[in-house]
Design a protein around this ligand. Structure first.
Ligand code: GLN
Length: 193
């Protein structure tokens, strides 16, 4: 299985390391051709405005949208912002691949970064992990076909629909591979489509 890591901007190196530690080939993706060779894709955290502009400039916006309708994408933090249906008070387009309404930088300035426990329920498998929240977005509303996978207190901080998986925090910055392993299972479901 080839899980690409979008390497236009942001925290792609750590995602790659984590995938490789799980025995996966994890090519960096910067072009449409590289994207086409992948079975799944991680869109890392970074800065969503910059990422959006660069993806459009590199001609990757439409290919990414088409990819997410057939194969699995895991978006973390800024990646989640890009994949969501609606971003509150944001003028740039989003890919609208998962029915979430989100708010950017939603934890305020003083506490824009923190680490705290996240409770998981990965489709019947309970667990928990450390969540690293860096100028993180908040999920304001989840659509009917979205399944929550993780909570910080009562708030949903990780979720998925058929093809797309997201977290508001950075799972690649911890020791826990739970979310990445869940994503590998998701990718494998669309291998022969
Ligand atoms: N605040 C950033 C944004 O709006 C996201 C931060 C992150 O990806 N860690 O794009």
């Amino acid at each position: 299985m080839r899980i690409g890591v979008l390497a236009i901007q942001g925290d792609y190196g750590k995602h790659r390391q984590m995938l490789e530690s799980l025995g996966q080939e994890a090519p960096l993706v910067r072009t449409e051709r590289e994207l086409k060779e992948c079975d799944g894709l991680i869109v890392p955290g970074g800065e969503s405005t910059t990422l959006t502009i660069l993806l459009q400039k590199h001609g990757l916006w439409d290919p990414l949208h088409a990819f997410g309708r057939r194969k699995a994408i895991f978006g973390t933090c800024a990646g989640l912002i890009l994949l969501s249906r609606e971003v509150r008070d944001h003028k740039l387009a989003s890919l609208n691949l998962i029915d979430l309404e989100v708010e950017r930088n939603a934890y305020g300035r003083q506490i824009d970064s923190f680490i705290d426990r996240v409770r998981l329920d990965l489709r019947g498998t309970p667990g928990s992990m450390e969540g690293v929240f860096i100028r993180a977005p908040r999920i304001i509303a989840c659509g009917m076909e979205v399944t929550p996978l993780g909570w910080h207190h009562e708030e949903v901080v990780a979720a998925e629909n058929e093809h797309i998986m997201v977290s508001t925090f950075h799972p690649e910055l911890t020791e826990s591979t739970l979310l990445h392993r869940h994503f590998l299972t998701k990718v494998s479901r669309f291998l022969h489509d």
